[in-house]
Write a new protein. Structure first.
Lengths: 714, 430
C-alpha cells in the first residue's frame, strides 16, 4: 500500500529540511530536545525518581540543609524539596499539555473557519480575539482562574483552562492569517474547479498546509505556559497545596531566603529556568526548520538546497548601486519566493583539476582602445549544502563602448551570476576569481571603498523588479540627489537636481513628476526611473539583468528602444541579460550563449542567428516560438546537475553529435573566420590536444540515451 | 479552420465580472467597497467544439478573469454563461459540481497549482474520488498512474508517492494537466500554461497539450499574453484590452492583417528572433494600460492609440496627460511650464479642462498646438474660451465603438466607421 512509501517520502522531506539548517542552530535544538526530554522522563517517572511523596512531611526535618538524605534540603513544612520539584515537573507538564490542547482545539478550528469563510464571521471573531489578546495575559488568566474556582474548583483542569484562555487568540490569529493566505492559492482554486465540496477543500487542501505552523506555536507557547503557571501559583491562583507546584513553593519560600534558608526557593527556580530554556531552544529550532524564510536568512546561500537553481534565481534580483550591503540582505529574503522553478537543476559545480574552458582564441588582454568592459577567466563559486557550485566557470568577454552584448541562456546557466560578477555584487558566501576591467580600471583588485565608488561611476546594474529597489518614502528626485552626492560630494543640490532632470528627460519621464513618490508611477515608468538612476553618473558599462521581463510587450518595446538610443548616444557598453532571443536579435550587436556556467558560443548577432554553430545554440534558436514558427522544437534532456557535472563538454549528453572525444576533453572557445567563437569539437581549434584540427562524427545520435559516436580527426 | 458545429460548447453574452476595490478603514468595517473594477466589461464570446480559442491580452486586460468566469469560478455581475447549451450563470455550487468534471482549468504557475501537502498520486486521483469515478482507492491510483504515464510522467510508479516539491516545473505542469484531464473533461481553460516554464520546456508542454486535444477530442480556451504562441496554437482568437474584446476572428486572418490599431501594436512589439527584420520605423503606442477602476471613455485604447482621431472619446484628462508627455522635451518644458502653471491646479471634469491662469497667451498657445496637431487629443478640441485669466478647453464626446464585421472578423474601432455600443445590453447599434 501507499502508506509506508508516503511516510518514507515524508521522512526524507524532514531529513532534507534538517540538513538545511545551520549547524549551530541544530546543536542548540538538540540541546533543547535533550533538556526537555530529561524533564519529561522525570515527570513520567516522578514516583520512582522522587524519594518521598509530594506532600509527605511525617518524620522529615524542618528546614533541613541539603544532605545525602535530602539532596535539595527540606522546607518549613518538612517537605523534601527534591521530591517537590520532581512532582512539580509532572504537574507542569500536565497543565501545559492540557492547556495547549484546549487552546488548540478551540483556536485552530475557529481560525480555519474565520479565515476561509471571511465576511462578518471573520470580523466578529477577529474583534473578539483581538480584545482578548490586548488584555494583559496574566490578568486574563487570573480572571479566568477566579471564575473557574467558583464553578469548577481549583485544580489542574482549572489552571490549564485559565492558561489556555491566553493562547486561544494566538492559535486563532496564526491559523486564520495562514488560512487567508492559503485560501488564495491556486491549488485551492483547483480544488474548487474540480468540484470538491467546501468541506473537502478546507480539510484536504487548506488544513494540511495551515496545520504545519501549529507545532511551532506549541513549543513557543509551552515555555510561556510554564511561566504563567508559576506566576499563577505564586499569586495563589494556581493548583492549591498539597499539589507540588513550583510557583506556589517559591512564594512560600520567599521568607526563608532572608533567614539564610536559600534552598527552598533556589531549586524550584532553577527547575523553572531549566525547563523554560529547554522548551525555548526546542521551539526556536523547530521554527527554524519549518519557517523557510528564517532558514534562508540563517545560512545565506550556503544552504541553497536542493537544487543550485535557487542560486541563479536569487541572483536575478541584484543590488542597488549605492548601498549594496542592505540590498544583498534583501536578496536572500527574496530568494525563497523566487526559488520555484525550472526543469533541471543547473549552475556549475567545481570543475575539478585543470582550468576548464580556457579561452584559446580570446581577444587580446584587457584595456584596448574603445573597450568598455573586459572580463578574463571569471569564476564565481557558491557554497551550497551539497558542496561548492561553480556558477560561472572561467568566462572571458569583451564589450566595446557603444556596443550592446546580449547574454542568453536558460535559467540556471549562470548568466545572472556573470552579470553580478561583472558589477562585483555577489551574495555572501560566493567567491570570485579572475579579472574584470572596466574602462581601463581593474575592478577586481581595487580596495573595497574604491570598488564601491566605481559601482555607479564606471559600471551600473539594472534589475528586474524596479519597485523593490526604489525607496517608497523618498521622492524620485531625491533618489537621484542621494546617488549623485554619495559619489560626488562636491556637487551642489542644484547641480544634482539638474543632472537628475537630464537623466529623467532622457528616459522620457515627465519633469513635472520628479517630485512624486515611486508608488505614483506605473511599472514601466518605474523601470525607466531605475534605468535613469543607473545612468545618471555616466557609467562606461551598464549590465541590465532581465530589465523588461515583468513588463507587457508594448512597454517592453518602449524601454528597449530608449535603452538602445541611450547606449548609442552616450557611448556606453551594454550587457543585456535575457532569456528572450527575440530581444537580442532586435537590439544587440553581439551575443554570448551560456550553458552550464560556460560561454559556448559568442559572436555578432547576424552570423550567430543565421548560422548558429554550436549544437546547443542551434537547438536553442530552433526552440524559440516566434510569429514565424511552423513547427515546435525542443532540446531533449535537461541541463546537468552541476554538483556532478558531466566530464568534457557539458552539453554532450544532450547533443546529437556527441562523440567519444566530447567526453574526454572540454572544448575551448575557438575563433571562427567571421569573428565568432565556438566551444565545440566539431570546429577546428576547440580541442587543445590537436590544434587546428576538428572532430567529425560518424553518423548522428537521435536518441540521447544512445551510444556515443565515434569521431575522426580532420 | 473552424469546424462547423451546430451549437457552441461555451457561449458568453454581455458578460461583466467585477471586483470590489477596498475602501478606507470605515469601508472595510462595514464591508462596503468604494468602487468596482470591471475586469471583464461586456464580452460576447463563443467557443466551438474541438477548437482552440485564444484569449490574448496584456496584464489588466481581464483575460484571466474571463477564463475564471467561463469556468464559473467567479459569478459574473451581468450577462450569461452557457456551457453545453445550459445556462450556468447563476447555478449554485451544488448544481455546478457535476458539471465541473466536464470543464477543467490548467494554471499558469505549476508550482502554486499543486497542494504541497498532497502526493502526486493523490493529487491526480482526487478528482476521481470527488466525482465517484473510481471504485476504490486502488482503482483511483491505477487510473492516476495511467494518466500520468499519458502526460509523460514515467515511470508513474516512481512519482505517485512523491511530493510536488521534488518535481521540476515542467513535470509539475504535466501533473497539473493529468489532474485536469483525469475526469475526461470536454472543455479545458488553460491560463498561460507555458509562461512560467523555461524556453526549452515550453515546446514540450505545448506539444503535449496539442496531442492530448487530438486524443481526447478536447476544446481549449488558451489564455496568453504571448502572441507568437497564440498564433501557433489557436484556431480563433479574441484580443482583449481593459476588459473588452477589441478584435476577434480566425487566427490566420487576424495575424495576416490586423484591423485594430491595438492588435497591430501588439504584433509590432513582439521582438522577432530574426536580426535582419529590425523595424526602426514602427510606431509604438505611448504609455501603459490605464487603471481599470476608471477606464478611458469611448474607445479604451484611444489615449495610447497612434491612430486615434476626433470621435475616439477624448477627455479632459487626456489633454493634461498630453501636456505632461510634451514636457518630457526640456525645451517645451522651459517654454510652456510657467505659462500653464502647475498641472495639479488644472480643473478637469469630463470633456472640459479649465486652466486657472494663463489668459490670452495660454489660449493662443493651445490654439497653436491645436492647429499644429501637436497631439491627437487636439483633434477633438471643440472650443478654447478665455475668461479673464481662466482658459477653458472643451472636447467632443466620442461613443464607445461596437464590434463590427471587417474582413472576416469583428473589430471595435471607429477607423472602420463610427459605431456605438448600447451600454445596457452591450449589443451593437449601427
Amino acid at each position: 500500500m501507499s502508506g509506508g512509501r508516503s511516510a518514507r517520502t515524508r521522512t526524507d522531506r524532514l531529513k532534507r529540511l534538517w540538513r538545511t539548517t545551520h549547524p549551530t542552530a541544530r546543536r542548540l535544538m538538540v540541546a533543547g530536545g535533550v533538556i526537555t526530554g530529561l524533564f519529561l522522563l522525570m515527570a513520567v517517572f516522578a514516583p520512582l525518581v522522587a524519594p518521598y511523596g509530594e506532600a509527605q512531611y511525617r518524620g522529615l526535618p524542618q528546614l533541613g540543609r541539603p544532605s545525602a538524605d535530602h539532596w535539595f534540603g527540606t522546607t518549613n513544612l518538612r517537605y523534601d524539596v527534591f521530591s517537590r520539584v520532581v512532582f512539580g515537573t509532572r504537574l507542569a507538564f500536565q497543565v501545559v499539555i492540557l492547556s495547549t490542547a484546549v487552546a488548540m482545539v478551540i483556536g485552530v478550528p475557529l481560525g480555519l473557519v474565520a479565515g476561509y469563510s471571511g465576511r462578518w464571521l471573520d470580523r466578529v471573531l477577529l474583534l473578539l480575539m483581538d480584545a482578548m489578546y490586548a488584555f494583559p495575559s496574566l490578568l486574563l488568566a487570573i480572571v479566568a482562574a477566579f471564575a473557574l474556582a467558583r464553578y469548577v474548583g481549583q485544580g489542574v483542569p482549572a489552571a490549564a483552562i485559565s492558561i489556555s484562555v491566553i493562547y486561544v487568540p494566538q492559535y486563532f490569529r496564526v491559523v486564520r492569517n495562514h488560512t487567508l493566505a492559503v485560501r488564495e492559492e491556486t491549488f485551492v482554486e483547483a480544488a474548487r474547479a474540480m468540484g470538491a465540496k467546501r468541506r473537502t477543500v478546507v480539510g484536504r487542501y487548506v488544513f494540511f498546509n495551515v496545520v504545519q505552523s501549529v507545532p511551532v506555536i506549541f513549543t513557543v507557547n509551552a515555555a510561556d505556559a510554564i511561566l504563567t503557571l508559576a506566576a499563577l501559583g505564586f499569586l495563589g491562583y494556581g493548583v492549591p497545596i498539597p499539589a507540588a507546584e513550583w510557583g506556589y513553593d517559591i512564594s512560600r519560600a520567599i521568607g526563608d531566603v532572608a533567614n539564610g534558608f536559600w534552598w527552598t526557593s533556589f531549586f524550584p527556580g532553577m527547575f523553572i529556568l531549566g525547563l523554560v530554556t529547554g522548551l525555548t531552544l526546542l521551539g526556536e529550532g523547530i521554527n527554524d526548520i519549518v519557517n523557510p524564510l528564517l532558514r534562508r536568512r540563517g545560512v545565506g546561500v550556503g544552504a541553497v538546497v536542493p537544487g543550485a537553481v535557487v542560486v541563479e534565481r536569487a541572483v536575478t534580483v541584484t543590488a542597488a548601486p549605492v548601498d549594496e550591503v542592505s540590498a544583498d540582505a534583501e536578496d536572500f529574503e527574496a530568494a525563497p519566493a523566487a526559488a520555484v522553478t525550472v526543469d533541471a537543476p543547473a549552475v556549475g559545480a567545481v570543475g575539478a583539476g585543470a582550468p576548464v574552458g580556457a579561452p584559446v582564441g580570446a581577444p587580446a588582454p584587457a584595456g584596448g582602445a574603445g573597450v568598455a568592459l573586459s572580463v578574463r577567466d571569471l569564476r564565481v563559486t557558491y557554497a551550497s549544502a551539497r558542496g561548492p557550485v561553480v556558477a560561472v566557470d572561467g568566462v572571458s568577454l569583451d564589450v566595446r563602448r557603444g556596443e550592446s552584448v546580449g547574454l542568453v541562456g536558460v535559467c540556471g546557466c549562470g548568466k545572472s551570476t556573470l552579470g553580478r560578477g561583472i558589477v562585483g555584487i555577489l551574495p555572501g558566501g560566493a567567491t570570485a576569481s579572475g579579472r574584470v576591467v572596466v574602462d581601463g580600471v581593474e575592478l577586481s583588485t581595487l580596495p573595497a571603498a574604491e570598488r564601491r565608488r566605481a559601482r555607479g561611476e564606471k559600471v551600473a546594474l539594472i534589475f528586474q523588479e524596479p519597485m523593490t529597489r526604489l525607496d517608497p518614502l523618498q521622492r524620485v528626485e531625491d533618489h537621484f540627489v542621494e546617488t549623485i552626492q554619495a559619489h560626488r560630494p562636491k556637487v551642489s543640490r542644484r547641480e544634482a537636481d539638474a543632472m537628475a532632470a537630464t537623466a529623467l528627460a532622457a528616459m522620457r519621464i515627465p519633469l513635472t513628476r520628479a517630485r512624486n513618490y515611486p508608488h505614483e508611477f506605473s511599472g514601466g515608468m518605474r523601470q525607466r526611473i531605475m534605468i535613469a538612476l543607473g545612468l545618471v553618473l555616466g557609467p562606461a558599462v551598464v549590465v541590465a539583468d532581465e530589465p523588461t521581463t515583468s513588463l507587457d510587450v508594448i512597454v517592453e518595446a518602449q524601454i528597449l528602444e530608449i535603452l538602445d538610443d541611450l547606449r548609442r548616444n552616450s557611448d556606453m557598453g551594454l550587457v543585456l541579460i535575457t532569456h528572450n532571443l527575440g530581444i537580442v536579435a532586435q537590439t544587440c550587436d553581439r551575443l554570448a550563449v551560456m550553458y552550464a556556467g560556460h560561454i559556448v558560443e559568442e559572436g555578432s548577432v547576424g552570423p550567430v542567428f543565421s548560422t548558429p554553430r554550436h549544437p546547443y545554440t542551434q537547438g536553442l534558436l530552433a526552440s524559440v516560438i516566434s510569429l514565424d514558427t511552423e513547427r515546435l522544437s525542443s532540446i531533449p534532456g535537461s541541463p546537468p546537475d552541476l554538483l556532478d557535472p558531466p566530464p568534457g563538454c557539458r552539453f554532450a549528453p544532450r547533443c546529437p553529435f556527441a562523440m567519444v572525444a566530447c567526453r574526454e576533453q572540454v572544448p575551448a572557445l575557438a575563433p571562427m573566420d567571421d569573428g565568432s567563437r565556438v566551444a565545440c569539437h566539431l570546429y577546428p581549434g576547440a580541442d587543445p590536444r590537436h590544434p587546428g584540427r576538428r572532430w567529425v562524427p560518424v553518423g548522428r545520435r537521435d536518441d540521447i540515451h544512445g551510444p556515443w559516436l565515434e569521431g575522426t580527426l580532420q | 479552420m473552424t469546424p462547423e458545429a451546430p451549437a457552441p460548447i461555451l457561449r458568453l453574452r454581455g458578460v461583466r465580472t467585477q471586483f470590489p476595490v477596498r475602501g478606507g478603514f470605515l469601508g472595510s468595517l462595514v464591508g462596503r467597497p468604494s468602487a468596482w473594477v470591471r475586469a471583464v466589461d461586456g464580452v460576447d464570446v463563443e467557443v466551438y467544439r474541438e477548437e482552440i480559442f485564444g484569449l490574448v491580452g496584456e496584464s489588466g486586460s481581464g483575460k484571466t478573469t474571463l477564463g475564471r468566469t467561463m469556468l464559473r469560478l467567479v459569478e459574473p455581475a451581468a450577462g450569461t454563461v452557457e456551457f453545453e447549451g445550459r445556462d450556468i450563470t447563476h447555478l449554485s455550487e451544488n448544481d455546478l459540481r457535476p458539471l465541473r468534471r466536464r470543464m477543467q482549468p490548467v494554471f499558469q504557475d505549476p508550482h502554486a497549482a499543486l497542494n504541497p501537502a498532497m502526493t502526486v498520486g493523490d493529487a491526480v486521483a482526487h478528482p476521481l474520488r470527488v466525482h465517484g469515478l473510481a471504485s476504490d482507492r486502488a482503482d483511483a491510483r491505477r487510473q492516476a498512474a495511467e494518466m500520468l504515464e499519458r502526460v509523460g510522467i514515467s515511470p508513474p510508479g516512481a512519482f505517485l508517492d512523491r511530493y510536488p516539491e521534488d518535481l521540476s516545473g515542467g513535470q509539475k505542469q504535466r501533473v497539473v494537466i493529468a489532474r485536469a484531464l483525469i475526469t475526461r473533461p470536454r472543455l479545458v481553460v488553460a491560463d498561460e500554461p507555458v509562461a512560467m516554464l523555461d524556453m526549452s520546456v515550453r515546446a514540450k508542454i505545448l506539444e503535449l497539450l496539442l496531442d492530448l486535444k487530438r486524443e481526447f477530442g478536447l476544446t481549449y480556451v488558451f489564455i496568453t499574453h504571448d502572441l507568437a504562441t497564440a498564433k501557433f496554437v489557436c484556431d480563433r482568437i479574441a484580443i482583449l484590452y481593459l476588459g473588452r474584446v477589441v478584435e476577434t476572428g480566425p487566427a490566420a486572418d487576424v495575424y495576416a492583417a490586423p484591423q485594430h490599431p491595438y492588435t497591430r501594436a501588439l504584433l509590432e512589439a513582439v521582438p522577432s528572433p530574426d536580426p535582419r527584420r529590425r523595424n526602426p520605423d514602427r510606431r509604438l503606442p505611448s504609455g501603459e494600460v490605464p487603471d481599470a477602476v476608471d477606464p478611458p471613455a469611448g474607445c479604451r485604447f484611444h489615449p495610447r492609440c497612434p491612430e486615434a482621431f476626433a470621435p475616439c472619446g477624448w477627455e479632459g484628462r487626456d489633454l493634461v496627460a498630453a501636456l505632461e508627455e510634451r514636457w518630457t522635451d526640456p525645451a517645451a518644458f522651459e517654454a510652456e511650464c510657467d505659462l500653464v502653471g502647475p498641472l495639479s491646479a488644472v480643473e478637469v471634469s469630463g470633456q472640459s479642462v479649465v486652466f486657472p491662469r494663463g489668459g490670452d497667451a495660454l489660449a493662443a498657445l493651445l490654439g497653436r498646438l491645436r492647429d499644429e496637431g501637436a497631439h491627437r487629443v487636439f483633434s477633438a478640441v471643440s472650443a478654447i474660451a478665455g475668461d479673464g485669466p481662466r482658459v477653458e478647453v472643451r472636447l467632443e464626446t466620442g461613443p464607445e465603438p461596437a464590434l463590427q464585421t471587417v474582413e472576416c472578423r469583428l473589430v471595435a474601432c471607429h477607423l472602420h466607421g463610427v459605431t456605438a455600443v448600447d451600454p445596457p445590453t452591450g449589443a451593437m447599434v449601427p
